[in-house]
Design a protein around this ligand. Sequence first.
Ligand code: MG
Length: 248
Amino acid sequence: MTETVLRDASRLQTARALLFDLDGVLTPTVEVHMRAWARLFAPYLEAQGAAAYTDDDYYLSIDGKPRVDGVRSLLTSRGITLPDGTADDPAGEDTVWALGNRKNDAFAAELAENGVAPYPGSLDFLTAALAAGYEVAVVSSSRNAEPVLRAAGIRDRFEVIVDGLVAAAEGLPGKPAPDTYLRAAELLGLTADECVVVEDAHSGVQAGRDGAFGLVVGIDRGVGAQELLDSGADVVVEDLDELVASLR
Ligand SMILES: [Mg+2]
């Protein structure tokens, strides 16, 4: 257990809006990604006669990397070399991009079949915040934010979503740049100072700090409380239910 670090959450009282990261803040999306990677590579490696795919492969070769870099890294670990191909290769097995696109299909299938439950504490916090009249938005680098929110049953709670698709369409640089968070504030008709950023990653906390938001809440899902404070979090909790009582 990491010790909760509450420097000063009183700013929550006067804030107008809460801007939530998605993966690791509202939903444990990494679990869906891990199942999708296994769904892709377990049969693929078996067909290649290579060593079986395990969750360790996820942490060693895939975690934290852009999708195609993860594919390439995993293949390298098994001594398999494929041409890179291009982003619009149809989902298949003959190029790195084709396998990456198959991973995306596997992610969609996992979501459709098994869904993803929001973190209970985050759901409680979101519900309490909406009841208290806060505006809310989702700011995610993911291009899968909409299907993840739908699978989690919370899509209809957000009028404003700035995700990877919006960022690409509008030419917004991703986190750690503050632009996607600033865009969400703008879409809500608010200033950064009126908004609270809620993040679980270094990059997102940095975006909150550099965007001069009213408060940056870090959730320690494993990064470490001190590390999140060092990146610019004002408050660090292990779970958002700790902050329900700090809402107005
Ligand atoms: Mg996150």
